[in-house]
Design a protein. Sequence first.
Length: 264
Amino acid sequence: MFKRIMLLVLAITSSACSTMQNLVQENIKEPEVAYKSISVGQLTSDKIELKPTFSVKNTNSYTIPVDSLKYEVSFNQKTMMKGETDKIGNLPSGESKDVTLGVDLTKDTLLSVKDVLLEEGKIDYVIKGEVEVMGFRFPFEKASTLYKPSVSIGKLEIKESSFKQIGMVLNLTVENKNDFTLPLDMLSYTVSSGAMQLVEGDLKNQQIQQGVNQLKIPLTIGLSQLFSSIFSLMQNPELPLSFNFNAGGFEKSVEQTLDLKSLF
């Protein structure tokens, strides 16, 4: 008899829980998870840190408890990493909260992404996941493309010159096709002639906005280390230069010849 009573209680409880769950599911509105923006954190030869931000909005007429966001990131339809945010907490009716995901590409993941970027100049990616509210999971997804910035140099402008050194400005064009700004303190450069390195430096505290960016880099090259005398300079006034740019492990080299006849 006792067993029958317990089975009856369990059946009633299970039915009540199922009914309650269905009732809650029918009356809870799906929260809106909207993509807002993406930014770049660290960008080195060992790591690319992406920070996509999503906005979670409570569309219900009452406060809801929002658990964590579980997500996965795939490049060219191949899942590279999975993650989960901290618990979001209670979200009042009609209010939104921004949640930034941590997408760190390192080691093998970074290598495979770089290989595609170097070969094709771009790679498609998808960020998708679920937000959990009161035991129910609601999906979200964002698809976009990651582009490798293109770097090209324009005219070398000579600002001052003598038989000892040349002061000039390098016009640099950087095109950023991404939907986010790139930190330029990651870009370093060297200028060489043959096997001799003449100048090295990096660009700091600048931002590469979306689209085409025009930059000017001041350079000073000492001629005494390149020419043994004025006579040797006059005999061969053309100076071959090699410009090398490195941004987060992505390299670009450009050759250009500087005509020094204007010094005579």
